[in-house]
Design a binder for this molecule. Sequence first.
Ligand code: SF4
Ligand code: SF4
Length: 74
Amino acid sequence: MTQSIGARPFLRIDREKCLSCAACAAVCPPEALLLAGLDLVFEEEACTGCAECFRVCPTAALLPASGRFYREVA
Ligand code: SF4
Ligand code: SF4
């Protein structure tokens, strides 16, 4: 089973767990994650599926929508 980035959304956000720490936004290469005040905004179209944000989130508030941590190139 393969998943391309075309199978959006790549990312699921558990907003109950989010601390608005901005760690994910700081490592997101295309700046697909942004803090607007305390609200984490996800610009889905900008996401490349690199998974960097999952690695730095201290509360596991970010999860791959597929349940997999790394996308595979079809
Ligand atoms: S998977 Fe990569 S591109 Fe997508 S939101 Fe996370 S850090 Fe940004
Ligand atoms: S790294 Fe996790 S806790 Fe911090 S802003 Fe991003 S989703 Fe929220």
